[in-house]
Design a protein around this ligand. Structure first.
Ligand SMILES: Nc1ncnc2c1ncn2[C@@H]1O[C@H](COP(=O)(O)OP(=O)(O)O)[C@@H](O)[C@H]1O
Ligand SMILES: [Mg+2]
Length: 352
């Protein structure tokens, strides 16, 4: 089990990570998801032992490995974890085999055992044919595989990844996603994986911690986040496409969305309604629940049509079966469902 207890990290007057508490079971695939600058890398580096928490504890398998309150931590090399960075940082003067073998040598593994393990992990990552090449003689995708092979070779109990796929092209990224999940099943190692890409998070994770400004905004399974978002931020950060958040204002006795009166019953003035893309409809004409918006984007994904329409302070994305008759720049009528999927306070917390 991996546990974080009120882990905080300050750099001068920047609170990079604020009181993060999490507990994930052995063998979990935890994704730290959030926008750039929210503290993901800092948290991962504390897990790896490269950074001392300012406060709080990190516990692997019931043993405290970092204690910020006492400024004490187990050395990175002695905490049974392996870290893969975004940039592969292979040793350029060593062959692929040499790179993967090095940490085993350092750990004092005997030669026959070492050679067997190197052969095994190179096979696991499908790079056994590249053993004699140097890093500058293989592609970026192959280099990242070597970096992963090097990290898993010593069989760490906790595997840490910091945006490992962000330097790869889109197709390779999707392939590597599948391979990393296969690797996770094969090794059984508890994995912590940092990304800003919600699709990566939602497809790979057993558990997701959505981070914002140093805090964990919500922790749960991918399904929890989509079905029961606890904050407006989470609701608009996850899902394909993410949910539509619409502020509803009082006007006289009624409620107004995007300048039009709507038969809605918000729990408070300024509350934000969450409408899932698949519940919005593209209507042929104006109706009691439609908003006239400018068609901004149309795309087809896996046989479904994604339609985005805008007004000066509104942007709605709907998933529809058919292409709109209107063209980009023309007016479309987007129909809202009777009840939104959720309500959020103007400050973001869920209120209904
Ligand atoms: N060594 C450092 N010194 C000062 N500030 C830092 C340092 N490392 C990170 N930060 C700050 O901490 C915050 C979180 O950074 P980081 O963990 O790299 O975010 P992420 O990986 O989510 O993009 C940012 O505001 C960043 O500028
Ligand atoms: Mg980062």
């Amino acid at each position: 089990m991996l546990e974080l207890r009120s882990v905080t990290k300050r750099f001068g007057d920047v609170d990079a990570v604020r009181e993060v508490s999490l507990s994930v079971p052995d063998g979990a695939f935890l994704v730290l998801l959030g926008p750039s600058g929210c503290g993901k890398t800092t948290l991962l580096r504390m897990l790896a032992g490269l950074e001392m928490p300012s406060a709080g504890q990190i516990v692997f398998d019931g043993q405290v490995v970092s204690d910020g309150d006492r400024a004490w931590a187990v050395d990175p090399a002695r905490r049974n974890s392996g870290l893969v960075f975004q940039s592969y940082a292979l040793w350029p003067h060593m062959t692929v085999r040499g790179n993967v073998e090095w940490p085993l040598k350092v750990a004092g593994m005997a030669r026959p055992e070492r050679e067997a393990r190197v052969a095994e992990v190179l096979r696991m990552l499908g790079i056994d044919g590249l053993a004699r090449r140097f890093p500058n003689e293989i592609s970026g995708g192959q280099q990242q595989r070597v970096a992963i092979a090097r990290t898993i070779a010593p069989r760490p109990g906790v595997l840490l990844f910091d945006e490992p796929l962000s330097n790869l092209d889109a197709k390779l990224r999707v392939e590597m996603r599948t391979e990393l999940m296969r690797l996770h099943r094969a090794t059984g190692a508890t994995t912590v994986y940092v990304t800003h890409d919600q699709i990566e998070a939602m497809t790979m994770a057993s558990h997701v911690a959505v981070m914002r400004a140093g805090r964990v905004e919500q922790f749960g399974t991918p399904l929890d986040l989509v079905e029961r978002p606890e904050t407006a931020f989470v609701a608009t950060f996850v899902g394909t496409p993410p949910g539509n958040l619409v502020p509803v204002r009082r006007n006289g006795t009624g409620w107004v969305v995007g300048g039009r009166h709507m038969p809605l019953e918000p729990p408070a003035d300024g509350a934000q309604a969450l409408f899932r893309a698949e519940t919005l409809r593209l209507e042929g004409a104006e109706g009691p629940r439609t908003l006239p918006l400018e068609l901004a984007e149309v795309s087809t994904i896996a046989g479904r049509v994604m339609v985005t329409a805008i007004a000066p302070d509104l942007r709605l994305t709907a998933v529809t079966e058919a292409l709109p008759a209107a063209r980009v720049g023309e007016t479309v009528h987007i129909g809202l469902p009777e009840t939104p999927a959720a309500w959020f306070a103007p400050t973001g917390e869920r209120i209904g």
